[in-house]
Design a protein. Structure first.
Length: 255
């Protein structure tokens, strides 16, 4: 029995003027796997995430998610279909508390409109209580429940990374994209992060795609890995296959 395909990129290309940030890239992500995306700086990894989430339109190619072509969908439409992400450059609402950051993302699943919320009409109060409770549960999951009322800008860098993950999980995704989740973390935090990613995959039945420069984490965590270099896919497969690929060795270490 073949594995179910969650996400398929078909000849994805993004050109900025004469520069190909992503150049004819094709791959499939299977449901339930942790899929790594690695490559040198400027390889096109974050641009590919932007293409998947609708933040940047492709110059050419198609994206298929759970059998649906989402190439022309807007970011909010893609989020509502079950794709969430974190960012390489953290994008929290710095003046809002950790709790408020997570609650904001959760409102994509509420039914009350703006008028009901402002006037405090039912079912807005019930939904708000449920949203708050779920946000607190997610903050507890990432170890930030005791700092729920702390403004996001006052968190240490590693804690901001964890807060971003809690906010992404608040969207109830099926596909979670993590852009350099270990950035700014020490060795102990990176080891804990690896176990945490495995745990949320099981707990939330997630499929995960992650960009990461810390190669030991990727090799020990991912089921399969794709390698980009100058916007092109140069290797794809299991970690042991990819790390011994001559093209990958050359891209990272020189010929």
């Amino acid at each position: 029995m073949s594995a179910e395909i969650m996400l398929e990129a078909r000849n994805m290309t993004r050109r900025f003027g004469g520069l190909y940030a992503v150049d004819n890239v094709s791959f499939e992500v299977q449901r339930g796997e942790i899929f790594g995306l690695i490559g040198p700086n400027g390889a096109g990894k974050t641009t590919l995430f932007n293409l998947i989430t609708g933040m940047t339109p492709p110059t050419h190619g198609e994206l298929v998610y759970k059998g649906e072509n989402i190439t022309a969908k807007r970011p909010h439409e893609i989020a509502m279909r079950g794709i969430a992400r974190t960012f390489q450059n953290i994008r929290l609402f710095g003046s809002l508390s950790a709790l408020e950051n997570v609650m904001i993302a959760r409102h994509i699943h509420t039914k009350s409109g703006v008028i009901e919320g402002v006037l405090g009409l039912r079912p807005a109060p019930q939904e708000e209580r449920a949203t708050r409770q779920r946000a607190l549960e997610l903050l507890d999951l990432v170890g930030l429940a005791d700092s729920a009322e702390t403004k996001a800008r006052n968190f240490a860098y590693g804690d901001q990374r964890r807060l971003e993950i809690a906010r992404a999980l608040s969207l109830e995704p099926e596909l979670l994209l993590l852009d350099e989740p270990a950035a700014g973390m020490n060795q102990s935090e990176k080891s804990s992060l690896s176990e945490f990613i495995r745990r949320i995959r099981e707990q939330f039945n997630l499929t995960i795609v992650l960009i990461e420069h810390y190669v030991p984490l990727v090799m020990g965590l991912c089921d399969r890995i794709a390698v980009l270099n100058f916007g092109q896919l140069i290797a794809l497969g299991a970690p042991e296959k990819v790390q011994n690929d001559p093209a990958v060795i050359e891209a990272y270490l020189g010929d």
